[in-house]
Write a protein that binds this ligand. Structure first.
Ligand SMILES: C[S@@+](CC[C@H](N)C(=O)[O-])C[C@H]1O[C@@H](n2cnc3c(N)ncnc32)[C@H](O)[C@@H]1O
Length: 362
């Protein structure tokens, strides 16, 4: 999909959140004019000399301009044929004037090298949790904001609707606000939902998006009705971060997935919530599951993969499995030595990773 020069301009992190001012736009359009003048010349030396003069002129701000491919500028200067020189000049013009995106995100593929903040590898070693803005990291069993942040930048557009059927402390909805995505979060526990709503409301709403919190059981709530209340009929992205079965008991409620009596009960309920979520997800859009495996009586239970299999019984394909590191969990805090001893005695390895499964709805 290609759009001619439009209002969304990208900053040097490939972060589409920062809009270019009209002054900057005019400046860039001026640069395009100058570059088009170069294309009319037929002497390679003359073109390169003119470009160097342009680069040395601080007023036009070509040098170091994050919206202009500096890589291509160098290629013009180092090119040997007139054809190649003009080819790279045209590329620079294109990088300023055209936005090429997929239909599921805002990443400008004409400037793909600018997005070094977007992870494309399947091993995520994330540093410290992002505690900026409304996040406080207090909820036991939350995920780091970098997870929904990365995934929403990669798989959603500004203005899209996101569903998180396991809201918890509202990490996804806070990130959705920051990134200009609308979002609906569902949480079984009323008190948890209320605290989340209050926290989410403290995040600045620069893009004037909606972040709606609903209380209830995600396997039973009528998602279509919830969407109707928002005057929409589909969401464009789903991110599921369920309890990892009974590793953390979230409440006494029997509908709580962490109270599932057996693994089959847990998987059955995951299936119901997946059906419910997929019923309102737009076709070809993406669906995330964040989960880990667990130990039970000295045996490694591949909970993550069993849950993945349950989801794959539905109309979706598996696009990626990401392994994400985690450091000390709240449950194991300050017990590093003890767990190392236990691991040596019991012949097992201590969990240091969880999984992010990426599915696409067929
Ligand atoms: C792993 S936590 C989600 C944490 C969240 N990602 C965050 O960053 O705070 C799972 C949440 O799902 C909720 N939950 C459990 N069963 C549920 C159900 N059937 N419907 C809706 N929410 C449920 C729990 O109360 C818990 O808050």
């Amino acid at each position: 999909m290609r759009k001619f020069y439009q209002e969304t301009i990208f900053n040097n992190n490939g972060n589409s959140d920062v809009s270019t001012t009209s002054n900057e736009k005019n400046l860039e359009l001026g640069i395009v004019q100058l570059l088009n003048e170069l294309l009319k010349k037929n002497e390679i030396v003359e073109i390169k000399e003119s470009l160097k003069i342009l680069l040395n002129n601080k007023n036009n701000k070509i040098n170091g301009n994050h919206n202009i491919s500096q890589d291509d500028i160098e290629k013009v200067i180092n090119s040997y044929s007139l054809e190649r020189t003009k080819y790279y000049i045209k590329k620079i013009i294109k990088s300023i004037t055209e936005i090429k995106t997929t239909n599921y995100n805002d990443i400008n593929l004409n400037r793909w090298k600018d997005y070094d903040d977007i992870i494309t590898d399947s091993l995520w070693v994330l540093g410290k949790r992002d505690n900026s803005g409304a996040h406080n990291g207090q909820y036991w069993g939350n995920f780091v904001p970098q997870i929904p942040n990365q995934l929403m930048k990669r798989y959603t557009k500004k203005g899209d609707w996101i569903l998180d059927p396991f809201l918890g402390s509202g990490t996804t909805l806070i990130e959705a606000r920051k990134l200009g995505r609308n979002a609906i979060g569902i949480e079984l526990q009323e008190e948890v939902a209320q605290i989340a709503q209050n926290t989410i409301n403290t995040e600045k709403n620069l893009y004037n998006v909606k972040t709606t919190v609903k209380i209830g059981d995600s396997s039973k709530l009528d998602f279509k009705q919830i969407l109707a209340e928002e005057n929409i009929d589909k969401v464009q992205f789903v991110i599921m971060h369920p309890p990892y079965w009974d590793i953390i008991k979230f409440s006494e409620n029997t509908e709580d997935l962490s109270n599932s009596k057996t693994l089959d009960d847990f998987l059955y309920k995951i299936g119901q919530i997946t059906d419910n979520s997929l019923s309102i997800l737009e076709a070809n859009r993406f669906f995330i599951l964040v989960i880990s495996d667990k130990y039970y009586e000295g045996e490694w239970i591949p909970l993550a993969f069993l849950t993945m299999q349950e989801i794959l019984k539905r109309k979706c394909i598996l696009k990626s499995i990401i392994v994400k590191n985690f450091e000390e969990t709240k449950g194991k805090m300050n017990q590093k030595e003890l767990w190392r001893y236990r691991a040596l005695v019991g012949g097992f390895y201590i969990f240091k990773h969880e999984y992010i499964f990426l599915f696409q709805k067929k």
